[in-house]
Ligand binder design. Structure first.
Ligand code: NDP
Length: 246
């Protein structure tokens, strides 16, 4: 039987990359899935179509994670359309790799607005619609725990923040049997972090497996954390980084 039958998942930033892989994997496991995106409606639509082709319901909502009102409205729209939200995956995120001294105030606001504020707002709104036994999963990063390469200072600070957000919130919602976990990828080949990009070489060098990861390798861990089998895992930071932080 499908592990996520009758479950509704909301995945933020899921028109491509890791989010799209997570959305499709949760649908393959039986969930109906709402995705958000920032710009690319056509890409979001292709994810919706893939999910529908797999026999599940899907909906794409445009909502910039940096815009709190848009995030709140998207979560409310998802809950209204599907009745409840069992699984929230806070995936939307961005990085602006550059030396910290050259990072502008606008860039700091952007990366914190999307990676931290957006996560908190989506989670707070989703909790209003989440039945007991729900799942909150945030996509942090292995650099939220250890930083082995330069250029990611502000980004690392945001991923360290969601790590502690996860641990704190786990204490507050445990009585409702809601689990809160932080999945921390290492270098994963996406538009944000292409395996052939300028910043790839030092990241590759510090993996134990000597390769970039695939989006499906992150989606597999998220699918496990979203499933009933992970019921005793909460407040955890689960790393899927090819041994980067080993
Ligand atoms: P991509 O840039 O490849 O994809 C980002 C996705 O998020 C797209 O669907 C994009 O939609 C959407 N998105 C971007 N900005 C916003 C926004 N402001 N509001 C809502 N949606 C937005 O990123 P990845 O798949 O690589 O990263 C996903 C998550 O994984 C991020 O949180 C990232 O920090 C984390 N991560 C990634 C790693 C990697 O190596 N790739 C490593 C560790 C963590 P649209 O196309 O419409 O803009």
């Amino acid at each position: 039987m499908a592990k996520l039958k009758d479950k509704v998942a909301l995945v933020t930033g899921a028109s491509r990359g890791i989010g799209a892989a997570i959305a499709k994997r949760l649908a393959a496991d039986g969930a109906d899935v709402v995705i958000t995106y920032a710009r690319d409606a056509a890409a979001a639509d292709s994810v919706v179509k893939a999910i529908e082709a797999a026999g599940r319901k899907a909906l794409a909502i445009k909502a910039d994670a940096a815009d709190a009102a848009a995030v709140m409205a998207a979560v409310e729209q998802a809950a209204k359309a599907f009745g409840h939200i069992d699984i929230l995956v806070n995936n939307a995120g961005t990085a602006i790799p550059k030396p910290f001294v050259e990072t502008t105030l606008e860039e700091i606001d952007q990366v914190f607005g999307i990676n931290v504020r957006g996560v908190l707002v989506a989670t707070q709104t989703a909790l209003k619609h989440m039945p007991d036994g729900g799942r909150i999963i945030t996509i942090g990063s292995c650099v939220g725990e250890r930083v082995l390469t330069p250029g990611l200072t502000a980004y690392s600070a945001t991923k360290g923040a969601v790590k502690m957000f996860t641990q704190g919130l786990a204490r507050e919602v445990g009585a409702r049997k809601i689990t809160v976990n932080n999945v921390q990828p290492g270098p994963i080949d996406t538009d944000l972090n292409p395996a052939a990009g300028d910043w790839a070489e030092p990241q590759l060098a510090v993996t134990a497996l000597k390769r970039y990861g695939h989006v499906d390798e992150v989606a597999a861990l998220v699918a496990f954390v979203a499933s009933p089998e992970s019921s005793y895992i909460t407040g955890a930071n689960l790393t899927v980084d090819g041994g980067t932080n080993a």
